[in-house]
Design a protein around this ligand. Structure first.
Ligand SMILES: Cc1cc2nc3c(=O)[nH]c(=O)nc-3n(C[C@H](O)[C@H](O)[C@H](O)COP(=O)(O)OP(=O)(O)OC[C@H]3O[C@@H](n4cnc5c(N)ncnc54)[C@H](O)[C@@H]3O)c2cc1C
Length: 452
């Protein structure tokens, strides 16, 4: 069997093109063996055997393997526990180095530390690269040092940093941080394989194929240029659906930022939010499990089980909330504005701990990213970095009037809306819920101040 000098480990970067770590691995000289591991530490915890994300990853790996085969190489796909697989690869293949792109989630950081230790016992280096974000936490810091916790000044510095390298030595425009990595130029350094490597089937890993149809990432200028005008209307297909592609790296974030830069500045702003939340998770890992603002730990959540169940199933009696939850359950996607509304309803009106909503989204969303999901939930509940203040409570009726005034979105997802089968009253009506939330949050935050 041919032996690689370097192994490249794909994780959230299921593409060859413009892949930072793969580029560096190839450029260092080959042969380079690309691999992917279906990680049982993650898969064994998934609540359902029908997980559209696993199907999406499986299909994307099929495409990736095909792309490698066109270069005479192949992607080797393993299924198991990463440490066991790495112990085996280390001893069987004896590579000089392992290259990969950085993943900032707490589990991934711990796993990568353990893999690096395991490899270092045989003097194999473990090299990691930035690929998943435009800027990492240390790259966008306050003037006086330290990470930003407020979005607007963060965004300003982010933009300045991007533009500061927009011109090369000869004065030619060069978007340094958005430059694509020309991976294809070095594909002759890929390990050549004589026979294709089979990818474990979904069934062999205990999963079933799902029929959820995932849209390709939008690229049409007509959609992108209208993004700022259409993005808030859930009945319109006006957003990019880049989420799950960015999550699994089937598109490069540099490529998407270039597209946004040339078509719609508001869209670039959303990608900056993505970097911002990733930076927050990198700089303040405690947000993964608790409130960024400790005072919010004092909120006495009601956590009514029946209310939570109704929220999950889209049976709260608030049409726009129910439509959102049913869209999520049926498609693995929910429109951003509706995410904000359902999150507000859960944490303010129902007084249910945001972590329960966060977990439900994590199980269902195809674009699930710990950093953005956590950021979105902490924003809605008020305890996050740049969260909306606790007294700003979404009025679901006025949101309905503003963003879905003819009920097109609601009617698409709540078939019985407008008939006797739909509840006449929400489980927690607007005015009552708002006043209760205001008083509970106010008291809890006052208590927190007294115990400081
Ligand atoms: C409670 C809550 C939970 C969320 N959970 C996630 C999540 O798990 N994963 C996720 O990618 N986004 C999450 N978001 C952000 C946002 O809702 C989605 O990124 C967006 O709806 C995905 O659809 P799209 O790709 O069509 O986005 P577009 O509106 O077309 O935006 C383009 C891209 O910009 C990024 N983006 C847009 N808005 C945000 C935002 N507010 N924060 C961070 N990145 C953003 C995403 O990568 C998105 O794909 C959450 C928001 C809220 C309020």
């Amino acid at each position: 069997m041919a032996k690689p000098a370097t192994i490249f480990w794909h994780r959230r970067d299921l593409r060859i093109s413009d892949n930072a770590g793969l580029y560096h691995a190839l450029k260092a000289g080959g042969p380079v063996l690309p691999i992917f591991i279906f990680d049982r530490n993650i898969l064994d915890k998934l609540p359902s055997q029908q997980d559209a994300r696993v199907t999406f990853i499986h299909d994307s790996l099929g495409d990736l393997a095909q792309a490698y085969r066109a270069y005479g190489s192949d992607l080797r796909v393993y299924y198991g526990f990463p440490l066991e697989i790495w112990a085996q690869l280390r001893d069987e293949l004896r590579p000089r180095a392992v290259y990969t792109n950085r993943d900032y989630e707490p589990y991934a950081l711990e796993r990568d530390r353990a893999v690096a230790d395991l490899l270092s016992l045989r003097d194999i280096s473990f090299r990691t690269f930035k690929d998943h974000v435009i800027f990492e936490s240390e790259e966008v810091q306050k003037k006086a040092g330290g990470p930003y916790t407020v979005f607007t000044p963060y965004m300003r510095t982010w933009r300045q940093r991007l533009e500061s390298r927009m011109v090369d030595h000869a004065g030619k425009p060069l978007s340094y941080y958005l430059k694509p990595y020309p991976t294809e130029r070095y594909t002759t350094y890929l390990l050549q394989e004589s026979a294709p490597y089979p990818i474990p089937s979904l069934e062999a890993m205990g999963f079933e194929r799902t029929e959820i149809d995932l849209p390709p990432p939008a690229e049409k200028t007509s959609l992108l240029s209208q993004y700022d005008k259409q993005r808030d209307y859930p009945a319109v297909e006006g957003t990019t659906r880049w989420g799950h592609h960015l999550r699994h790296g089937t598109v490069s974030v540099r490529n998407r930022a270039r597209l946004a830069q040339s078509t719609n500045d508001t869209l670039l702003g959303e990608l900056i939010w993505r970097d911002f939340y990733s930076n927050i998770l990198q700089a303040f890992p405690h947000v993964a499990t608790g409130n960024y603002r400790k005072a919010y730990d004092h909120i006495p959540w009601l956590n009514d089980e029946e209310h939570f169940e109704r929220w999950c199933e889209g049976r709260t009696g608030v049409p726009i909330v129910d439509a959102g939850m049913r869209q999520l359950n049926a498609t693995g996607f929910m429109h951003n504005r509706i995410r904000m509304i359902v999150a507000s309803y859960l944490t303010k009106h129902l007084l249910i701990d945001w972590r329960l909503g966060e977990k439900y989204f994590a199980d269902k969303l195809l674009c699930y990213e710990l950093a953005s999901n956590n950021g979105g939930w902490q924003w809605a509940a008020g305890g996050g970095v740049d969260a909306q203040p606790y007294f700003r409570i979404f009025n679901f009726d006025s949101q309905q009037r503003k963003f879905d005034k003819d009920y097109r979105y609601v009617k698409r997802w709540v078939a019985e809306y407008g008939t006797d089968a739909y509840p006449a009253e929400p489980i927690v009506p607007y005015k009552f819920g708002r006043e209760r939330a205001l008083s509970v949050y106010k008291q809890a935050l006052a208590e927190a101040r007294n115990t400081e």
